[in-house]
Design a protein. Sequence first.
Lengths: 240, 207, 217
Amino acid sequence: MLSQFANPARFMSLSAWAAPVLALLAVALFAIGVPWALLLSPSDYQQGETVRIMYVHVPAAWWSLAVYAIMGAASFVGLVWRHVLADIAARAAAPIGATFAGLCLLTGSLWGAPTWGTWWEWDGRLTSMLVLFVIYLGYIALWSSIEDEEKAARLAAILCLVGLVNLPVVKFSVDWWSTLHQPASVFRAEGSAVHPDMLGPLMIMAGAYGALFGALLMMSMRAAIFRRRVEAARARIGAP
Amino acid sequence: MGAGRPFREEPKLKVAGLSVARGGRLVFEGMSFGAEAGDFIELRGANGSGKTSLLRAIAGYLRPRSGVISFEGVEEPALCLHYLGHLNGLKPASNVSAHLRYWAGLFAGAVDIAAVMSGVGLGASADLPARALSQGQARRLALARLLVAPRPIWLLDEPAAALDAQGRTLIASLIEAHREQGGVVLAAVHEPLGSAPSQTLQLSDRT
Amino acid sequence: MRAVFETFRRDFALMWNGGGGALAPLGFFLGATSLVPLAMGSDRALLAAAGPPLVWIAAALAVLATLERLFQADLEDGSLDQMLLSPTPLEALVLAKGAALWCAVGLPLALAGAPAAIALQAPAAHVPVIVISLALGMAAFIAIGLVGAAVTAGVRRGGVLIALIVLPFFAPPIIFGAAVAQGEAVAGAMAILGGCALGALALGPIAAAAALRLQAE
């Protein structure tokens, strides 16, 4: 399946229908997930209604990590096989992942204020998520600072791969330093500790975020490919 | 320079179907030629025709878009060539002998640094920092790098730039001596260097 | 090996002699740490509680300024081309440059951490441990900084960009170094700090060399 994406022209014809489909899927999943999360799911016996922020916060956290991992894979492919689509994908994914990370931090802060009595605390998970957010920003800034696009792609790929060391830290930081943030409750070896009634909307929201990411990624990549085609055409016309 | 060939085997360079791009634009394509021990190949062409790109591709800095560059008679391409580009590779605060000592260490060459210095006409300037050198003297110091470690293939990008007639004579004698020892010289030039080339490659502007 | 030594020696001489060497970062470091009591007021108890870790912030920022030109000069004057033609791997030469920076700037900064920590009310018995932790931390900062400097070597005035790229990776050494400075869980924090330094030294030169090869294109 991966080879289907290898050719830019093939990717363009694939994404021409895949992007709208994913967008519709995202809309549908949000349409199901948001009311379910905000209204129909049970409130927490300890936290009351504010637990509902979890349905925005947790999928954002998951996807901010997943997007970075995808960027890492794309960076690796771009570095080793010098594949143009991989570079475009990595660059397009970054702002989306950064937004997820920022959303996670913001909603986490909003959730933490009534629950823990503080807007911010320097514990392991929050700090490493903030670190991830800044790594995203640095990656995006690096891309913008280098004029030669091919060179920018390779250098940014190296930076992205170096940043991968942060992912296990974020994932396991709640286990290594149990200071404030609750330990892992969904993806655990012994099975999820979250009540099944909450698991449903959580998974729907996670799916919605994923479909949204897929749709946005494809649209962003299409725009990048169009731009490159325009520039290439300009160069051909402009050359003496 | 001593008699006899310091290079273990006869060095050969072969380029086949080379295409090189810079900044997304194809600079040249389909370049093919070969060079053997004692050859001196002149690269000629207008500015921007790809002379520097060709030299840098052979040096291994630039990955070609297509084509093959092969070396025979040498183990590791990067260890068999000297590259003299537009830039001299000098540190302004470091003096002449410090530069030569650094390059000798960098390239694992064992030479008499004083002899090399006087060989390029810088014998009196051993303690001068690079920023105090004239353009011509700086170029001579860069040329001295070629003598610090014996390497069969020389890639020279406009070596006579900033040099006076004496300097050009120096280059011609260095090239002649290198060819006699079985080395290969590839030089991008605008004017003849004073050593008769075995081949002249003309790179044209891409239209 | 000779190439490694010559690279170290040349870079150390250039840093030490040219541009005042360690003076600028040292001056910044001491200046920044002396601003802290001014900002926090002279309440000794408060300074003792919060002061020592701030030495780490000042040290991190001081070393940041030295990173920008680390590879940019080599790229601009053609020295990088020559380093790529050496029989010694570029990774080793990059490590040599980092070692030169540590000796010329990192170690002096670590030693300057002694008076700085005392000025920020660290207990005198604790100061040697702080200096050792700073020396480890500077090694980590420099190893990480090698990557930041290498990927931004072609960018004009890339100082802010380097800071943005490199600061998130400075966070772990700063966190554990500050813990040592506070006197909390010193043995554990020191061990992790050492681990950060070792990890950065293992990964940094490899990533930096890969980036530099790309810059040479």
